[in-house]
Design a protein around this ligand. Structure first.
Ligand code: BG6
Length: 255
């Protein structure tokens, strides 16, 4: 607390809430680009916030990524079952298994004592096969549940880094550059103004579902994610932003 006040972090939180028009901004001291323990603090703050808003009967949709994987790790294991369902926000996005939304959803559910439902749709299917799978009653029903989630907890990626990590073809990388993609969240790539400029072919939450979700929580830190955060928040529909000082201070400079 002392460190927070000393650095004026509460003030910074209120200022970002006002300028980004968000219900809540939480900032942990430090910069996770420079210090990996800051990412752990970011995850811990997110885990705490999550536990505070979840209520029996809710559906929680989560994305993958290293930040969300860390959030799962920092949730204290629960002793009692909790009637909550955790689902992946979207199907495969070409990530390594441990970083996929399915894995993160299962891990978070285990920690919370919640149930989980996973989306088993490979990312490299053709359009026709995806349509056929989506028509399957059980998948249909799961996709409906995902879209009607009460809480969406998602990571924020820099467009360039995500394109590299997911091994997008050179042609797509060029397209992203041409369209000035700077941020990424759940498989959508956005320009600085928050316009969708590219979409990966995967199933699950769509940009137009987001405003209907009561608690949309974006989490990402490190100054390298400042511009990406701005682009994702500019889409509207975000409620809460949990970040670190590095991203927050850089964000204020570019706003
Ligand atoms: C992806 C999510 O898995 O991780 C994205 O689908 C997010 O929403 C990205 O942008 C962030 O990853 P990391 O590893 O930087 O937390």
């Amino acid at each position: 607390e002392y460190l927070r006040d000393f650095r004026g972090i509460s003030q910074l939180e209120r200022e970002l809430e006002r300028r980004l028009v968000l219900k809540r901004v939480t900032i942990v001291p430090g910069d996770s680009d420079l210090d990996p323990t800051v990412k752990k603090e970011l995850a811990r703050a997110t885990a705490q916030y999550l536990q505070g808003i979840l209520q029996a009967g809710m559906t929680l949709a989560v994305t993958g990524g290293t930040t969300l994987a860390e959030v799962a790790e920092s949730l204290p294991p629960s002793r009692d079952p909790w009637p909550i369902t955790v689902v992946p926000a979207r199907g495969g996005l070409g990530e390594e298994v441990e970083l996929q939304a399915n894995s993160v959803a299962a891990r978070i559910a285990q920690r919370l004592g919640a149930q989980y439902r996973l989306l088993h749709i490979p990312d490299d299917l053709g359009e026709e096969a995806v349509l056929a799978l989506q028509a399957e009653p059980r998948i249909r029903e799961l996709l409906d549940q995902i879209k009607r989630a009460d809480v969406l907890l998602h990571g924020i990626g820099s467009a360039e880094e995500m394109a590299r990590r997911r091994g997008l073809p050179a042609e797509t990388v060029r397209l992203l550059r041409k369209r000035r993609a700077v941020g990424e969240a759940f498989g959508f790539y956005f320009d600085r103004e928050g316009r969708v400029v590219y979409t990966t072919s995967s199933v699950g939450i769509r940009q137009e579902d987001v405003p209907q979700i009561t608690h949309v929580v974006a989490v990402g830190g490190g100054r390298s994610k400042a511009e990406a955060s701005l682009s994702v928040i500019s889409t509207g529909g975000q409620d809460v932003f949990i970040t670190d000082e590095g991203a927050a201070r850089t964000l204020l400079e570019i706003l």
